[in-house]
Ligand binder design. Structure first.
Ligand SMILES: [Zn+2]
Ligand SMILES: [Zn+2]
Length: 201
């Protein structure tokens, strides 16, 4: 039975959108397989203004509040030091799920699990959706460049896989899972990104 990497209490299994998440009842962090996290991030439904019964606040306003609150919570909960994997106990690597999403998560390169401090799962879900749908020209530009970078990465990855299969050499690694580098200078910090998405700058 796995323990929370941050506060060491036993993790509780919950199922969300058919994805198995191990959650901590003490710090409310989440441990999830990387593939499961991608499923959760992609499955998130767009905000539905119709469901808001009050009607007093515009959808844009409620979006603004939620996103900023989520960003503040995630910044405050951020574990800055690498933790140990709850499953295989190797040191986790701090990285982003996607270069455009400025939220640090902790990845196990060995068993492909991801640790998210409290608040980060809903924040990453929201940012992924917002970035996919934004019409802000600055973000659209980065999104297009990244799409090309990602495509190039996929092609390179496939080529490496082909070569590796041909040579059947275990020494030729394709790099860390999902890892590719992109000129970081174009990417936004969390505060700046939230400001752009909520129309404050
Ligand atoms: Zn915990
Ligand atoms: Zn592990």
């Amino acid at each position: 039975m796995a323990r929370c990497p941050a506060c060491f209490v036993f993790l509780t299994v919950v199922i969300k959108n058919d994805v198995r998440i191990k959650t901590c009842s003490s710090c409310f962090g989440d441990w999830v397989a990387r593939a499961g996290l991608m499923h959760l991030v992609r499955a998130v439904a767009p905000p539905a203004p119709a469901s808001e019964a009050g009607g007093a606040s515009s959808p844009a306003n409620s979006t603004t509040v939620n996103l900023q609150d989520l960003a503040v919570l995630a910044s405050e909960s951020d574990t800055k030091n690498p933790l140990s994997c709850p499953d295989c106990h190797v040191q986790l690597a701090i990285d982003r799920l996607h270069p455009m999403i400025p939220v640090n998560l902790q990845f196990c390169r060995k068993c492909d699990g991801v640790w998210l401090d409290v608040g980060k799962l809903p924040l990453v879900q929201r940012l992924f959706h917002e970035l996919l749908t934004t019409t802000d020209p600055r973000l659209v530009q980065v999104r297009e460049k990244l799409a090309l970078a990602e495509m190039a990465f996929e092609q390179r990855h496939e080529r490496i896989e082909t070569i590796r299969n041909r040579m059947s050499s275990p020494g030729l690694a394709a790099g860390p899972a999902g890892g590719y580098t992109f000129g970081g200078s174009m990417l936004f910090g969390l505060e700046e990104l939230v400001d752009i998405l909520t129309g404050r700058i």
